[in-house]
Design a protein around this ligand. Structure first.
Ligand code: HDE
Length: 701
C-alpha cells in the first residue's frame, strides 16, 4: 500500500489575485501566546499585519530599485536567512517517531520509577540517527546508529540516549573529541562524508586499541541495519536502579526489536546511498503510514550493586565491555510502540534535545567515566544548537509532568512569569509559586553513596583489557557474518592512502583472532603479522543475527513484477496475504500508469526505471507475462539473487526468472502454480528468514 497522502486541494493564491472580502479582526487577548500559532486564515507578517502580495517586492516603478521601506521583503528574507540552526556535531542525520511505552510491571521490584510500574503508559519520542554524517548525508552508510528515547513520564522526562551497538570506542569521555575528529572528514578537503573508510579514522583506532571491540561491531552487519525497526538498541553504560526501599542494583538497558535484528548487505548499502539516500527515513515514515508501527521491548540485565561493580569478572564501569546474555539474562519489562510520524521535521526531530542527565527517581547513573562526561555535554551542546537555555520550553522538549522552576529570562523565553520572588527561601512568594518537594512527594533524592579516592588522571587496571571481548564477538559470529566482517575491514583499509596505517591495524587484528587477521591481510595483499589473541573465547550466540526460524515480516516490502495481461486476481490475493502480516506490496511494471487484464486494472507503483532491488525484501513475478524481458529487470533480479533475497514467481512467471538467468533451484526461490494459501505461507516464511544465506555459502558458526 502506498503511503497515505492528504487529498489535494485547490492551490492557494499567493498574490495578485482579487482581494478577499474584508473580515472582522479575530478577538484575541493582547499579547497572547496563541498569536504565534498561525491562527489567521489570511497571510500576515509576523506582526499580524495582513498582506496583499508576497510575490513582488516594493519598487520605484516596475523596473525601479527596491525600496528599503518594504517591511515585508525585509522580514521575509531576514527570517529565511536564519532558518537553519547548527546541526548536531554528531548524530546530525536523524529521523524520529512518536509512540507509547507500556510497562509490563515486572521491574517494580528493582526500581521506583513510575513509568516502569505495572500498566503505566508513557508517551515517547524516539530519534534514530547516524553518527558521523552531516544532516544531508545518506542513511545507509556504515556507521553506528543512535537510538535516543525521550519518555515523557509523569515524574519528569527520562532520556535513554543509546546506540545500536552495546559498546563504545572510548572508555573516558575526554577522548570523545579525538575519536570524532578522527572519524569526521579530513579537515583539509572535507572528505569523505559519513564514513570511516579513511586514514584518520584508522590511524586513530589502530593506535587507540580500546576501540577494537567497537570497531568489530562497526565492521559487522550491525553497521548497516536493514531499517530502524530491525535494530537493537543499548543504553551502553551500566545504570543504577533504586527501588522504593532504597535498595539498588546495576543494570544494562536493551531494546529488542520485535521484527528481529536484520541488516543490509554492503553492496545494497552502497547502492541505496545513491538511489535512495533517505532509505531508512522513508522506511520509518512509510511503515508507520502503512499501519505497521515499529515495536521494541525494553530489556534489563539486572546485576548486584557490588562494591567493585563487576559481574562475572567484567568491569561494569567499562563501556567497551558487554555482559553476555548467556551470563545475565535480558528480562523484558515493557514495550515501545512507534506509531505516529512527526508533523514538522524541524520543530520535532531537529529541535528535540536529549540529555543523559534527564533522569527520574529510581534511575541513576554510575561512575562510568564515559557517562560522566556525557552528563556535561548534552546540556552544553543545546546552548549553541538551540540558542540559549530555554529549549525545554520548545513543545517537543516540554515535560508532560507539571513544571514549576525558578529559572528565569534568557534567550527565547516564551513564558510570562508572574510574581517577584523567583528564589528560595522567600517571604514574598505568591500562591502557586514553588516550594521544594519532600521524598514522599516524589522528590528525586540521589541514593547516598560513599565517594572517595585520590585526585588522579588514570584508569582502573581492568580497563587495560582491549581484546578479550573483541575476540568474544568474533567467536560468536557465524561464517557468513565473519565473511562480512572481513570484507568490511578489507574495504575500509583499502581506502586508506597510508600503508603503515593498514599494517598497524593488521597488528591490532592479530591480537583479536588469527583467522580474522590472516583473511584481512590476504584481501589487502599484505603479510599477516602474528599476535597474542585470546585462546578459546567463549562465544555468545545471542550476538549473532542469523535466524533459523522465520520472524515477523511487518514493515517489509515485497515487489510484484507484472505487465498488461498479468494475473490481477492473483496479485490482489497476494496483496491481501502480505498486508495481513503488516508488509507492503508494490506493483512494479515496465512503465507507469496501470496494468490491465480484460476490464480489470491495477495502478503501477514503481517502474523498472524508478526502482532497484534494494527497495524490496522479496520480489515475486506474477503469472501472465512469460515473455517479459528488460535489461533493468535482469539487473533487479540479479541483484536480489546476489543479495540472497527471496525471489518468487507463480505460473508462467517462472519463465521470466529463467530468461533473466536466475537459478530457480537455488535456496530462497519460491515457486508455485497459483496464489493460494500454501504458496503465500511459504513465501511469508521465506521472507521471515530475512535472507537465503545458503546461496552464498555455509552459515554455521
Ligand atoms: Fe553522544 N552526543 N556523546 N553518545 N549521542 C550527542 O548531543 C557526547 C555517546 C548519542 O538524536 C550530542 O544533542 C559526548 C555515547 C546519541 O538528538 C552531544 C560523548 C552514546 C545522540 C554528544 C558521547 C551516545 C548523541 C550531539 C562522550 C551511546 C543523538 C547533539 C562523553 C550510548 C541524540 C546533542 C539525538 C548526541 C556528546 C558519547 C549516543 C554533542 C561528549 C557513549 C544517540 O552532546
Amino acid at each position: 500500500m502506498p503511503p497515505k497522502r492528504k487529498a489535494s486541494r485547490a492551490p492557494r493564491r499567493s498574490s495578485a489575485a482579487p482581494a478577499a472580502p474584508a473580515r472582522q479582526p479575530e478577538e484575541r487577548p493582547v499579547g497572547a501566546a496563541e498569536g504565534r500559532l498561525q491562527t489567521s486564515s489570511l497571510l500576515t507578517t509576523a506582526q499580524g499585519v495582513r498582506l496583499p502580495d508576497t510575490d513582488h517586492s516594493l519598487k520605484a516603478g516596475p523596473r525601479g530599485p527596491s525600496l528599503m521601506d518594504d517591511f515585508h521583503l525585509r522580514e521575509k528574507i531576514t527570517h529565511f536567512d536564519h532558518e537553519r540552526i547548527p546541526e548536531r556535531v554528531v548524530h546530525a542525520r536523524g529521523a524520529a517517531a512518536h509512540g507509547t511505552f507500556t510497562a509490563y510491571g515486572n521491574a517494580g521490584s528493582v526500581t521506583r520509577a513510575g513509568f516502569l510500574q505495572r500498566g503505566r503508559e508513557t508517551p515517547v519520542f524516539v530519534r534514530f540517527s547516524t553518527v558521523l554524517g552531516s544532516r544531508g548525508s545518506a542513511d545507509t552508510v556504515r556507521d553506528v546508529r543512535g537510538f535516543a528515547t525521550k519518555f515523557y513520564t509523569d515524574e519528569g522526562n527520562f532520556d535513554l540516549v543509546g546506540n545500536n551497538m552495546p559498546v563504545f570506542f572510548i572508555q573516558d569521555g575526554i577522548k570523545f573529541p579525538d575519536i570524532i575528529h578522527a572519524g569526521k572528514p579530513h579537515p583539509d578537503r572535507e572528505i569523505p562524508q559519513a564514513q570511516t573508510a579513511h586514514d584518520t579514522f584508522w590511524d586513530f583506532v589502530s593506535l587507540h586499541t580500546e576501540a577494537t571491540h567497537h570497531v568489530l561491531w562497526a565492521m559487522s552487519d550491525r553497521g548497516i541495519p536493514r531499517s530502524y525497526r530491525t535494530m537493537e538498541g543499548f543504553g551502553v553504560h551500566t545504570f543504577r536502579l533504586v527501588n522504593a526501599e532504597n535498595e539498588t542494583c546495576l543494570v544494562k538497558f536493551h531494546w529488542k526489536p520485535v521484527a528481529g535484528v536484520h541488516s543490509l548487505v554492503w553492496e545494497e548499502a552502497q547502492l541505496a546511498a545513491g538511489t535512495d539516500p533517505d532509505f531508512h527515513r522513508r522506511d520509518l515514515a512509510d511503515g508507520i503510514d502503512a499501519g505497521a508501527p515499529l515495536e521494541f521491548e525494553l530489556g534489563l540485565q539486572i546485576m548486584p550493586d557490588s562494591d567493585d561493580q563487576t559481574f562475572e569478572g567484567i568491569d561494569l564501569l567499562d563501556p567497551t565491555k558487554i555482559v553476555p546474555e548467556e551470563l545475565c539474562e535480558v528480562q523484558l519489562v515493557g514495550k515501545l510502540t512507534l506509531d505516529r510520524n512527526p508533523t514538522n521535521y524541524f520543530a520535532e526531530t531537529e529541535q528535540v534535545a536529549f540529555h543523559t542527565g534527564n533522569l527520574v527517581s529510581g534511575i541513576e547513573v554510575t561512575d562510568d567515566p564515559l557517562m560522566q562526561a556525557r552528563l556535561f555535554s548534552y546540556l552544553d551542546t543545546q546552548l549553541t544548537r538551540l540558542g540559549g537555555p530555554n529549549f525545554t520550553q520548545l513543545p517537543i522538549n516540554c515535560p508532560h509532568a507539571a513544571v514549576n522552576d525558578n529559572l528565569r529570562d534568557g534567550m527565547h523565553q516564551t513564558a510570562v512569569h508572574r510574581g517577584v520572588a523567583p528564589y528560595l527561601p522567600n517571604s514574598l512568594g505568591q500562591e502557586g509559586e514553588p516550594v521544594p518537594a519532600e521524598v514522599d512527594e516524589g522528590a528525586f533524592v540521589h541514593v547516598p553513596r560513599e565517594v572517595s579516592g585520590p585526585k588522579v588522571r588514570a584508569n582502573p587496571a581492568s580497563f587495560a583489557d582491549h581484546f578479550s571481548q573483541a575476540a568474544l564477538f568474533w567467536a560468536s559470529m557465524t561464517a557468513i557474518e565473519r565473511a562480512h566482517i572481513v570484507e568490511a575491514f578489507t574495504f575500509e583499509l583499502s581506502k586508506c592512502y597510508e600503508q603503515p596505517i593498514r599494517e598497524r591495524m593488521l597488528g591490532v587484528l592479530a591480537n583479536v583472532a588469527t583467522d580474522l587477521c590472516t583473511a584481512v591481510a590476504a584481501g589487502l595483499g599484505l603479510p599477516a603479522p602474528s599476535g597474542t589473541p585470546a585462546t578459546d573465547p567463549v562465544p555468545s550466540p545471542a550476538l549473532s543475527q542469523i535466524v533459523e526460524t522465520p520472524g515477523p515480516i511487518a514493515g517489509r516490502v515485497i515487489g510484484v513484477i507484472a505487465d498488461d495481461g498479468a494475473d490481477l486476481a492473483g496479485i490482489t490475493k497476494l496483496r491481501r496475504a502480505v498486508e495481513a502480516k503488516g508488509a507492503v506490496l508494490r506493483l512494479v511494471a515496465p512503465s507507469g500508469g496501470t496494468i490491465k487484464r480484460g476490464r480489470s486494472s491495477q495502478p503501477v507503483e514503481r517502474t523498472f526505471l524508478t526502482t532497484r532491488s534494494i527497495e524490496y525484501d522479496a520480489v515475486v513475478v506474477a503469472a501472465g507475462n512469460p515473455t517479459l524481458t528488460d535489461p533493468r529487470l535482469t539487473v533487479l533480479l540479479g541483484e536480489l539473487f546476489r543479495h540472497c533475497k527471496v525471489i518468487a514467481a507463480w505460473g508462467d512467471g517462472v519463465d521470466v526468472l529463467t530468461a533473466a538467468g536466475i537459478d530457480t533451484t537455488a535456496p530462497g526461490i519460491v515457486l508455485g502454480d497459483t496464489i493460494a494459501k500454501p504458496y503465500t505461507t511459504e513465501l511469508v516464511a521465506a521472507v521471515g528468514l530475512h535472507r537465503a544465506w545458503d546461496r552464498s555459502g555455509p552459515t554455521s558458526r
